[in-house]
Design a protein around this ligand. Structure first.
Ligand code: ZN
Length: 135
C-alpha cells in the first residue's frame, strides 16, 4: 500500500547555493544532511509538513545521479512514494512487468529501504519506492 509522497528530490550541482534558495529564501528548515554511499550522493532534507524536499548532490561523476545531472542539468529528479511493504510491492510490480532499476531494495538515507522504478514504466518520471524504518 502507498501511504503518501515521502519526498520530492531535486538534483543539484552544489548544496550550499541550493540551500540559499530552499532554506534561506523560501524559509524551509534543513533537518539533516547525509552522504548515501550506495547512491554516490550527499542528500539534504527539508521537511514541508508531511513530506520533504530532498536536495541530491552527486559525489562521483559516474553514478546514475551524476549522469542525470550532466545530461539534463539541475531539476526534478524523483518522487518518493512511501510504502508499508516494499518487498511485497516489488513482487507485485515484477509480476505486472514493470521495469525496475532495483529488483531488490537498496539502503537509502537514514537506513531506510528503497527501490527505483524506471521512468520508462512511469510516464517519464523516476519513482522511488520508500519504506521507512519506523514503518
Ligand atoms: Zn529519494
Amino acid at each position: 500500500m502507498i501511504k503518501k509522497i515521502n519526498h520530492i528530490a531535486i538534483i543539484v550541482p552544489d548544496l550550499d547555493s541550493s540551500l540559499s534558495f530552499w532554506r534561506d529564501t523560501l524559509g524551509l528548515t534543513l533537518t539533516h544532511t547525509e552522504e548515501v554511499k550506495g547512491q554516490e550522493s550527499i542528500v539534504a532534507f527539508l521537511p514541508t509538513g508531511d513530506s520533504e524536499v530532498e536536495l541530491v548532490k552527486p559525489t562521483t561523476e559516474t553514478s546514475g545521479a551524476a549522469r542525470f545531472l550532466a545530461k539534463r542539468g539541475p531539476g526534478l529528479h524523483h518522487i518518493a512514494l512511501e510504502v508499508d511493504d516494499l518487498d511485497e510491492m516489488l513482487m507485485r510490480l515484477k509480476e505486472k512487468g514493470v521495469r525496475l532499476i532495483n529488483e531488490t531494495p537498496v539502503v537509502a538515507a537514514g537506513g531506510n529501504r528503497a527501490a527505483f522504478i524506471h521512468p520508462e514504466s512511469a510516464n517519464g518520471v523516476l519513482v522511488e519506492l520508500y519504506e521507512t524504518k519506523a514503518g
